[in-house]
Design a protein around this ligand. Sequence first.
Ligand SMILES: Nc1nc2c(ncn2[C@@H]2O[C@H](COP(=O)(O)OP(=O)(O)OP(=O)(O)O)[C@@H](O)[C@H]2O)c(=O)[nH]1
Ligand SMILES: [Mg+2]
Length: 602
Amino acid sequence: MNQQQIRNFSIIAHVDHGKSTLADRLLERTGAIPERLMRDQVLDRMDLERERGITIKMQPVRMQYGDYTLNLIDTPGHIDFSYEVSRALHAVEGVLLLVDSTQGVQAQTLTTLAMAEAQGCVVIPVVSKIDSPAARVSEVTAELAKLVRVSPGDVLAVSGKTGAGVDELLEAIVERVPSPSRKATEGKAAADEPRGLIFDFSYSTHRGVAVYLRVFDGTFTKGQPLIFHAAGKEFVALETGIFTPGETPADSLSAGEIGYIVTGIKEPGVVAVGDTIGAAQGSLPALPGYERVRPVVWASVYPESQDDLPQLRKSLERLRLSDSSLSFEEESSGVLGRGFRCGFLGLLHLEIITERLRREFNLTLIVTIPTISYVVTTARGARETIYTPAKFPEYGDILKIEEPWAKVIIITPPEAVSALVQMLYDHEAQTLATETLGDGRIEMTIEMPLRELMRGFFDKLKNISSGYASLSYEILAEREAAVGRLDVLVADEPVAAFARVVARRRVEEEADKMVEKLHGLLPKQLFVTKIQARALGRIIASRTLSAMRKDVTGYLYGGDVSRKNKLLDKQKRGKKKLLERGRGKVNIPEEVFMKMVQSSAE
Ligand SMILES: Nc1nc2c(ncn2[C@@H]2O[C@H](COP(=O)(O)OP(=O)(O)OP(=O)(O)O)[C@@H](O)[C@H]2O)c(=O)[nH]1
Ligand SMILES: [Mg+2]
């Protein structure tokens, strides 16, 4: 295929700014999808995406526009999935940066724009939803023009609902997005040697992994012996094809194109996004890959019945073959049995994965409260990353603790600023910059511990701004942390599954909360039971659960006090015996456990 006639581009924007709906109109206008198959947000193909009305996975699709072949990659807007955006950007030369004309520039507008610019993509600014009665087209156009440093006349205006402006947009894509030849890589091979970069993959039981790739050199065809550079794994291409948006076979894929190759590989862990695919006996080096994804939060997933453990393992491996950002390793907890410690890109990602495990694989699960990871240097000098509070070293064994920080951009209406400032203080944030946007809204750039960002920050921000503030973040390097492990003790025994890592300055508050909660949940025992919270080497909070008193005197009526006392005495002696016979083994009922460790119980 002539590279001069290819245009590869991605649609990027803040969540809900109309990316997938605009893609519908582009597909419709170019006749890429037959009318009978057209539906709203047609590229959102997963059930969960359709139900929730959000895009979770990027979706490539090909269109023919006059003499031009357009490869579009629709991307998710939610911050948890920004890794999808970064991968999509490696496959394209241009982006449509959409800004909802009823909302204006939002936090993710800024971060996705920065990503596109860092990647050297040409940016086409587009104002969306211009049909809406709430649209402020000229105002938002000016705002966007200023942001991308062009004149307002260069900003396009579209409606994904009515299709207004879509023809002009298609023209602009052809004119402004460079053809892929510009990105063709240096160090050309003598022959027409194929080379491409993997930006995603899918899995099917019959065909194994299909890699989604951007071809940078040569031509890929069916039957070719190929190799994954990083994995060092050779295989034969079973099929090459393009996205329509389903996987549709095509004779070949040549430089500049976006498509897929079926590999037949079924074992997990071989295929990785960012890896280069090339000729098995080729001479071209690997393409520069991209940063490996880093989980943001960790949570444990246990099958409710241990019989389901193999099924859970298989299901996670299966999901990993269609979601490269999921990571997990097996672990065991005394009470919950064996399960998996999983890394997620954020709380929505966690929710989506566990929901898919439940639905697509029919599993009943226990999911623990999500936490972040810490890097701990122990007194012996070992430096290790801790993903599980129960493995967090004892207070006395720690030399230094580090935790990830986040750089956060918030755009908020001015009314919410004073509440926000208080909130930033509560969450240990440091403000780096404050700017007033054209329409009076405030843009703040802050840095804060990731731990604090995950402590309900999003919800609180929505609350104080009545939903008008937006937030975006990226993870920064670790910094020294003032945190400690908080243990809950029942009858003097720490319960490993209840351990948490909390900020030192919030230790008392958290300790009280945990003790109160358990006190409210734990049934009375035969003897008085102490419930305590311990942190930083001392007991911080404590409550006693009074003993269950079996009504041994209930059948006596009348005033036979001496008989009554005798019975109570006997009961006391019985309890004493129990205590002497190595008590302390309080039986914590399973429901109590679940309520203490599960995230839904927070
Ligand atoms: N009035 C109007 N509403 C629109 C338009 N485009 C999208 N919407 C509505 O805006 C909402 C979000 O649209 P989507 O196309 O799913 O937005 P998105 O940017 O793909 O969302 P994410 O992928 O989750 O980030 C939906 O309720 C759409 O119906 C438009 O041009 N006009
Ligand atoms: Mg979408």
